[in-house]
Design a protein around this ligand. Structure first.
Ligand SMILES: Nc1nc2c(ncn2[C@@H]2O[C@H](COP(=O)(O)OP(=O)(O)OP(=O)(O)O)[C@@H](O)[C@H]2O)c(=O)[nH]1
Ligand SMILES: [Mg+2]
Length: 326
């Protein structure tokens, strides 16, 4: 195969061959498209426009939990499980921002190498810094690319601590929250936002003391939270490092998928998720348009005028918005 489409210059005008290579499963084409989308390189939006019609078939799993809970180990085991069923997998590891998990990023990369010989698994690490379109949006776009490349499953691993991570797991069809024994107050730290959106709980590292206590804490939280659907998130116990409980986890995922299908919730989830994403995209696009309209240094000048009370910011913003699209 030639490198015909691997130059970015030609991409904007003629990316069809690249898309065909990607759809045929060429990992180099996939890597190139993902990089372009992630870096908002030339042609990124044209690529996404062309790929979108091919997406919508993959099941998207979001796996989140505190640093070091064993998320990557679990993702790895699940990927093996799905490969045995002959299903193809795409993995997005969103690098943790917290410096104390720095070592584990290397861990992810080492584990990745194991799969390099299997084209049925594609793993991508996403940098959290310098993400131009916002981390959640970029992750969603990369998931769309993997989806359009024909992957049956896309797994997104992220540390469940901040708002970014909540936004990321929101785009998943199925959200799996991973906890470990002996977390103490960490259950409290992670509970805000994340606990509420768990479809399945995993207690990993069950080879350690205290799994029952975590289970009780989850049950206690569940009794307080009310889900709008009638699903009660199951709790699956695993020892990911030994592959224990993986079959049970895969079964829980299947059960939830069946429930979504039975209740016709797949489309509803998707509508909810697109409602958020469309608003975000619109906000970004409008801001970009506004910035184009404003002359260089205009914001600084306006800011000075507002700070000196020479004009009020409310009318100012109204005026700027009124000029958009004119
Ligand atoms: N004892 C025990 N250790 C485990 C288990 N699962 C994973 N580990 C170990 O826990 C450590 C962290 O595992 P990772 O899979 O990198 O955890 P992670 O949640 O992906 O970490 P970050 O991505 O940094 O947040 C590794 O040393 C694993 O071998 C388990 O079930 N029991
Ligand atoms: Mg990890």
């Amino acid at each position: 195969m030639s490198d015909l489409c691997f130059t970015l210059r030609g991409l904007t005008n003629n990316f069809q061959p690249l898309i065909e290579q990607l759809r045929a499963g060429d990992p180099r084409a996939l890597a190139r498209v993902i990089s372009t989308v992630e870096n908002r390189g030339p042609g990124w939006s044209e690529l996404l426009k062309a790929l979108f019609p091919h997406s919508g078939h993959a099941r998207i799993l979001g796996l989140t939990g505190p640093p070091g809970a064993g998320k990557s180990t679990l993702v790895d085991q699940l990927a093996r499980h799905y490969r045995k069923e002959n299903r193809t997998v795409g993995i997005i590891a969103v690098d943790p921002t917290s410096p104390y998990t720095g070592g584990a990023i290397l861990g992810d990369r080492i584990r990745m190498q194991e799969h390099f010989s299997d084209p049925g698994i594609y793993i991508r690490s996403m940098a959290t810094r310098g993400s131009l379109g916002g981390l959640a949006r970029t992750t969603a776009d990369v998931a769309t690319v993997l989806d359009a490349s024909g992957r049956d499953l896309v797994m997104i691993e992220t540390v469940g601590v901040g708002q970014d991570e909540v936004d990321i797991v929101r785009l998943a069809d199925i959200t799996i929250v991973i906890l470990v024994p002996g977390m103490g107050d960490d259950v409290q730290t992670i509970k805000a936002g994340i606990m509420e959106i768990a479809d399945i709980f995993v207690i990993n590292k069950c080879d350690r003391e205290g799994a029952e206590r975590v289970e009780r804490e989850i049950r206690a939280l569940q009794s307080l939270a009310v889900r709008t659907d009638k699903w009660t998130p199951p709790i699956v116990k695993t020892v990911a490092s030994q592959g224990a409980g993986i079959t049970e986890l895969a079964a829980a995922i299947r059960d939830y998928e069946a429930y979504l299908q039975k209740e016709n919730l797949v489309l509803k989830h998707s509508v909810d998720s697109w409602q958020n994403r469309l608003l975000e995209m619109l906000r970004d696009a409008l801001l970009e348009r506004a910035q184009e309209q404003l002359a260089n240094g205009a914001v600084a000048r306006y800011a000075a005028e507002v700070a000196e009370h020479k004009r009020d910011p409310y009318s100012l913003v109204e005026e700027i918005v009124n000029t958009l699209g004119k």
